[in-house]
Design a protein around this ligand. Structure first.
Ligand code: 3PY
Ligand code: MG
Length: 255
């Protein structure tokens, strides 16, 4: 099932970041029962070929995939959506104009001006994606692909209502580390300035009926965020979970 359908069904979802660049890690996340993964092209060391491979492997496992892009560019957004990404997460977004550009590049006419070609995501035009005509395909794709700016700058926080209410913006992802840095209180997640900010973002999203995602570095923070009513929590990343598991094993051996 697509992530957006789980969200529409009112499910609280949990995902993780994939920073290893490994399609096998995408499979492992699916086997482990995550609801989705986010391929991270912002902070990792791999590129489009690996990401495309991960998207395909995840699809074979029925695992929804979002991709965090390194920048808002036509090249990245088209390639990733055409490869089959279910949505795009945009780090460091600041302005309403950047959000508008994201919508322009990622949504087909009706909402934007996404370039069209029958690519992998629609069986290269040989499946039944266009059974009801190209306009119906475009409208369905516009509804089903999620464009999710991260709120992690002061500028985005200040314009959050304008950005969230924009047609074609399908949710917000709170980046606690960058947001706290931007507020001048690095990683001080219990400070009132920080808790007020994330509560505000959550309330604005709820008011506009849009999902609100938040990153949690560990399971206890994730559980707390779930209780606080975030739509989705993205917990840690494949490489951190791997190192933590390795550490638990080595620590047990050395006891
Ligand atoms: C942040 O905390 O800044 C993030 O972007 C988490 O992914
Ligand atoms: Mg960030």
């Amino acid at each position: 099932m697509k992530l957006i359908d789980k969200i529409r069904n009112g499910e609280r979802t949990a995902g993780t970041f994939l920073n290893l660049g490994s399609a096998v890690a995408a499979e492992c996340a699916a086997i482990a029962g995550f609801d989705y993964v986010i391929i991270d092209l912002e902070h990792s060391q791999f590129g489009f070929p690996e990401a495309a491979d991960m998207i395909k492997t995840a699809a074979l496992r029925g695992m929804p995939v979002l991709v965090r892009v390194p920048e808002i560019s036509r090249a990245w957004i088209l390639k990733l959506l055409d490869a089959g990404a279910g949505g795009i997460v945009v780090p460091g977004l600041k302005t309403k104009e950047e959000a508008e550009r994201l919508v322009q590049l990622s949504k087909y006419p009706g909402l934007g001006s996404r370039g069209f070609c029958p690519t992998r995501v629609c069986d290269f035009g040989y499946g039944d994606a266009f059974r009801d005509g190209i306009l119906s395909y475009a409208a369905k794709t516009n509804r089903d692909t999620m464009m999710i700016p991260q709120c992690e700058t002061v500028e985005c926080l200040e314009s959050i209502e304008e950005i969230v209410s924009m047609e074609g913006i399908d949710g917000i992802f709170i980046g606690p580390f960058d947001l706290s840095l931007a507020l001048g209180i690095p990683a001080e997640f219990s400070r009132k300035e920080f808790t007020d900010a994330i509560e505000h973002i959550k309330d604005v999203c709820i008011k506009h009926g849009k999902p609100v995602f938040i990153f949690a570095p560990d399971q206890s923070t994730a559980a707390k965020r779930m209780e606080e009513g975030y739509t989705s929590v993205t917990i840690s990343a494949d490489l951190n979970i791997l190192i933590d598991s390795f550490r638990a094993v080595t620590a047990a051996l050395k006891k």
